[in-house]
Structures are given as C-alpha cells and as structure tokens.
Design a protein around this ligand. Structure first.
Ligand SMILES: [Mg+2]
Length: 385
C-alpha cells in the first residue's frame, strides 16, 4: 500500500499559523508582480474561486479584500523538513514530490504501525500536534490512486482505497483526473468517446496506442489498476532543478545570465544538502509562445559545486541563439550519484563557507545592480576570482 500526503493550502496555512490574526481570513500567497501566479490560497479565499497557479491579477479581481503575502520559502522549508522527518519515522521509503507533498511506501509497516486507517490517523494526529498544520492523506495500492485519493476529501481529508475496492474506484474516474491529461488531451479523449477510465478499458487497445502512443499505453494500464512507478527514496533522486517564470518576457542575455547564476547556486546547494554529485547539467528555456527547449551537457567529473554548474549552464546559454523572447528559464542537474563516504567534516565546512561566500557575492552584486543596472559580466568575472 502506498500513502500520499498533501498539506492543505500549505503556504497560506503556514502564514495563518505564524500570524493568528490571519485565521479565518482570505490569505493569498504569491509573487507580487501581476505576471506572478498564486502559490497558495487559504480555503477562505478558495470560496471566491481563487486557486493555486491562477494569475495574481485575476486573484486580486476575484478576492480584492484578501491579504496578499509574498512567499517565505525559508520558513516553509523548515516546516517541510519537520513533516518529512515524521514521514521517515514511519517508513524508510519516502519520496518527497514537492515541499508539501510526498509518497510513503507502507509495505512492511503494518506489523509495526497497524492497518492503513490506523497509520493514517496516527500520522495526521502527529503532524497536527508537532507542526500544527492539517494535511490530507490517501492510501491505495499504487501511487496514481493514492494521489487521487488524497485529493478527494480535502481539507483535512482521509481516503483509503483497499485493493479489492480499486477496480470499482478506477472505473468511474474521469480521464481528466489523470496526471498528464491537460485540456488538449482531454478534448482529444472526449472526441474518442473516452470520458472515464472505464471507457479506456472498452476501447480497442491497439487503436488507442496508435492514436496516443506511449500515453495510450499508460492509460490502458491505469484503467487496469496498474501503475508500475515505485516510491523512490530521496537518496535515489535522479535530478535537481530550479526554474522561474520571469516577470516579463525578455531576450536580454545579461538578465538571463543573472537567473542562471542564481539557479546554479540553488542547484549546487541542493546537491550538497542531498549529498549527491551530478553528471549532467541542463538549461531549460520556455519561450513566450510556450515552445520549450532543453540543452544539456555531460561533464567530465561529477560535481556539486555551484561554480562548475554555473560555468556549464552559462555556456549552454551563450551558445543558445535567442531568436525569441524567453518566458521561463531554469537550470537542472541530473545523473546524480551519491558522494563518496570519504566526505569529511572539513569538506562540509568548506562547502558551507563556499555557500556563504556565494550568498555574500550575490548580495554585493544586487547592490551594484541596483546602482548601475544589470551588468552580469562583472558578476561572472567576480565569481572567477
Ligand atoms: Mg498541498
């Protein structure tokens, strides 16, 4: 059995937790520019139709009296770590999906912690007493169903699908609930007369695969309650990345280089926290017309150093012809391997010092930029010294 846990309106709930005056009020957390999207909305704000990923300007129109707050990632990460630690107490197989979401493989936990219902209730209670936040939990025979289950009775929800209930549950599930089915795919499926997963099971297999390729195969498997993906513990993570939608579309290389610097730093830091080194560095670009391009380079010696990630990513950017405006940019690292066990405390301190240096450098450059405008060339040369 797989458990999926999702914190309820996480960022907004943390804001209400830290500032009790906000309890019962519409709280919307997100970037402050109009191009930003809502990161989280309290359940009070959701009544007005506000939801995460909605453009901020739209949220302002729908709920003008809400309290709008910028995200405080440091605080959210702190609480996230506490939550993940509670999960790791339950099972060694915990796969964090995002800051407030994770899968836990409960196989072998029953003897120790009880049946899925007991485990889920205990878990919810522990998070409530230790972290003072509510979460929703779903338990099912596979990851796909567990995620859907956790979403069913939000907030403070709990839904358990026992193996014998799975086929019935799957049958009536709308295809639009399947991750990866966007509006376009939904329309395509509806056009084929496929509205719920039972329709997939009744559709000629070969034809569906011919029409939808790999995804058709995945749908057929899901409709038969088969999801082959396993819970992958964090120590087996295969990639790390950091990306952002820009405040406005741009072709300004200097500005883009600034983002690449920031993200390289964040990716390096994450790798060091995970104790992993990366073989491949990626640059991701999404253009204003939503065309997405990824460029990658495999490096000779695996690394977790921000400087090396930056120098590789910046080369990828320099070699990329910027013919169209860029909407989103990101840096990623993949082909992760664990650091050798020879990592010593000295090295750890060395890396921490390096992080501090980078942060200091970043602050200095921010000041310079404020004074003189974007001039990344100076920043890049500074970092080489
Ligand atoms: Mg959540």
């Amino acid at each position: 059995m797989i458990l999926h846990i999702d914190m309820d309106a996480f960022f907004a709930s943390v804001e209400q937790l830290d500032n009790p005056e906000l309890i019962g009020k519409c709280v919307i957390v997100g970037g402050m520019s109009n191009r930003s999207v809502v990161s989280a909305a309290s359940y009070e704000a959701r009544k007005f139709g506000v939801h995460s990923a909605m453009p901020m300007y739209k949220a302002r129109q729908m709920c003008p009296d809400a309290v709008f707050l910028p995200p405080r990632m440091k605080r959210y990460k702190e609480l996230s770590r506490q939550i993940m630690a509670i999960l790791k107490n339950l099972s060694p197989l915990v796969e964090p999906i995002s800051i407030d979401e994770a899968y836990v493989d409960l196989t072998g936990c029953e003897r120790l912690h009880g049946d899925p219902l007991t485990i889920s209730n205990k878990l919810k209670q522990e998070i409530r007493t230790k972290v003072h936040l509510n979460c929703s939990v779903g338990v099912a025979p596979n990851k796909f169903m567990a995620k859907i289950a956790s979403d069913m009775n939000k907030p403070d929800g709990l839904k358990i699908i026992m193996p014998e209930e799975a086929p019935e549950f799957i049958k009536s599930l709308p295809v639009s609930n399947v991750p990866g089915v966007g509006t376009k795919m939904k329309n395509q499926l509806h056009h084929l007369g496929i509205i719920i997963l039972n329709d997939v099971a009744n559709y000629p297999e070969g034809l569906l695969i011919k029409k939808l390729g790999k995804f058709g195969k995945r749908l057929i498997e899901l409709s038969a309650c088969i999801d082959r993906s396993c819970v992958v513990a964090e120590s087996c993570r295969r990639s790390v990345s950091c990306e952002e939608t820009l405040a406005y579309d741009t072709k300004d290389r200097n500005l883009l280089r600034k983002y690449v610097l920031r993200f390289s730093e964040a990716v390096g830091k994450e790798l060091r926290m995970l104790g992993m080194k990366a073989k491949t560095i990626h640059l991701k670009i999404k253009h204003a017309d939503f065309q997405q391009v990824t460029r990658g380079v495999t490096i000779e010696k695996q690394t977790q150093a921000s400087e090396i990630i930056f120098s590789e990513a910046i080369q990828l950017l320099n070699n990329y012809p910027l013919e169209k405006e860029v909407r989103l940019i990101g840096v990623g690292a993949s082909g992760l391997v664990p650091m050798g066990t020879y990592t010593q405390m000295d090295l750890f301190n060395e890396l921490k010092k390096r992080d501090d240096n980078w942060e200091r450098l970043d602050r200095v450059m921010d000041k310079i930029e404020k004074k003189y405008g974007n001039n990344i060339v100076r920043r890049a040369s500074l970092s080489k010294q």
